[in-house]
Design a protein around this ligand. Structure first.
Ligand SMILES: Nc1ncnc2c1ncn2[C@@H]1O[C@H](COP(=O)(O)OP(=O)(O)O)[C@@H](O)[C@H]1O
Ligand SMILES: [Mg+2]
Length: 361
């Protein structure tokens, strides 16, 4: 286990800041995910934390010790890449025993360590095979066993599941979490997949353009995002420009959408006249007998529910869900939509415009 602290970390390539002024504390045994769109600096940041890159500014502190300039091979850190990087011409067992062998451990100990970690990732029965004979998911399990067999207190995972099939990806994410929790290892897991981040993390760091946009538990970030970008990037949401019109007796915010339709939203600090944006997730939008007028554009079967895509009279696209047991609307139907007040979040209208505020790069 290790406690990691990043103190004003920046990484410049030429004049370009790939990562800018990152400060975070990661608890011992915490499973932390670095989430963000492609190119936002996730790999750069995890490489700095692991000791593969030396930051241009700031320091990395592990268990109170400044390790900024210590290379990865001299640290107790396991690292697993997106692209499977096992040695192809040695056995699975020798792959896992690689680190203890390099450290000149006795033969028996190397064998024991290798067996122990292969057992943990449930790959013991493949010990004698070559890595090239394994499936992608099995190879990543071996890569994780190899990383852990180095005796690491920290595990760095850079998109470890991205190259795998959807089903394997989902299974393996739970396997990894179970394993590291059992061992009490501190994990940093980079992903661009918000669903993956939500399902495995103790906390998520949402990155954007080299900086931290938001940090929080998956539930807090999903239920109560602090920015339009987080609301948009984590889960799905409908965003609508509006103007605050006032407050209800119970303190809820009322807003006027384009075209004048008034809706009630969650409590907020905004007052009448403020330019705002509301964010409401599809599961908090319902068809009713009155409300915001909309026309159904498309109905998509999602397995356990239907996703109904509409264009509202405000010219906003509004999506909502209908469960399979309800009546499913058809393309061209006119519907009235209402929003769950408490779950309709109000944000200040971004000065740069809504499009810009949710742009992925
Ligand atoms: N060695 C490098 N030299 C120059 N630019 C780099 C280098 N590594 C990364 N970058 C740039 O830094 C930004 C962040 O990259 P990266 O950390 O790989 O993003 P992510 O992992 O989030 O997709 C990108 O614009 C990328 O092109
Ligand atoms: Mg990357």
């Amino acid at each position: 286990m290790a406690k990691i602290k990043l103190d004003h970390i920046s990484m410049k390539f030429g004049d370009f800041y790939a990562v800018r002024d990152i400060c975070i504390s990661i608890d011992k045994g915490e499973y932390l995910t670095i989430l963000g769109p492609s190119g936002c600096g996730k790999t750069t940041l995890i490489k700095v934390i692991a000791g593969i890159l030396i930051p241009t500014e700031g320091s990395v502190i592990v268990d109170g010790e400044d390790v900024t300039n210590i290379p990865i091979e001299d640290r107790d850190t396991g690292y697993v890449f997106q692209n499977i990087a096992l040695f192809p011409n040695i056995s699975v067992s020798d792959n896992v025993g690689y680190s203890p062998r390099v450290k000149d451990k006795p033969k028996e100990e190397i064998k024991g360590t290798s067996e122990e970690y292969l057992m943990l990732v449930k790959m013991f029965d493949r010990a004698g095979m070559f890595s090239t004979e394994l499936s992608g998911g099995e190879q990543q399990k071996v890569a994780i066993a190899r990383a852990l067999a180095s005796g690491s207190k920290m595990l760095m995972l850079d998109e470890p599941l991205s190259a795998l099939d959807a089903r394997v990806r989902v299974e393996l994410r739970y396997d990894i979490r179970r394993l590291v929790k059992k061992l009490g290892i501190t994990v940093l897991h980079v992903t661009h997949d918000q669903e993956e981040a939500m399902s495995v993390s103790d906390r998520i760091i949402l990155m954007r353009s080299g900086g931290i946009q938001e940090i929080g538990t998956p539930l807090d970030m999903y239920r109560d995002p602090k920015s339009i970008f987080a609301a948009y990037f984590i889960g799905e949401t409908n965003l609508m420009e509006c103007t605050v019109s006032g407050k209800t007796k119970t303190g809820k915010t009322t807003v006027r959408l384009r075209g004048g339709c008034e809706v009630k939203a969650a409590k907020s600090q905004f007052t009448a006249g403020d330019a705002a944006v509301i964010s409401v997730r599809p599961e908090h939008v319902y068809a009713a007998t009155k409300g915001l007028k909309a026309e159904v554009l498309d109905v998509v079967f999602m397995g356990t529910y239907w996703r109904v895509r509409t264009v509202a009279e405000t010219r906003d696209y509004v999506d909502y869900n209908v469960s399979s047991s309800e009546e499913i609307p058809e393309k061209g139907d006119k519907v009235f939509l209402v929003f769950n007040k408490k779950s309709t979040k109000v944000f200040a209208r971004p000065q740069e415009g809504l499009e810009e505020a949710i742009k992925l790069e």
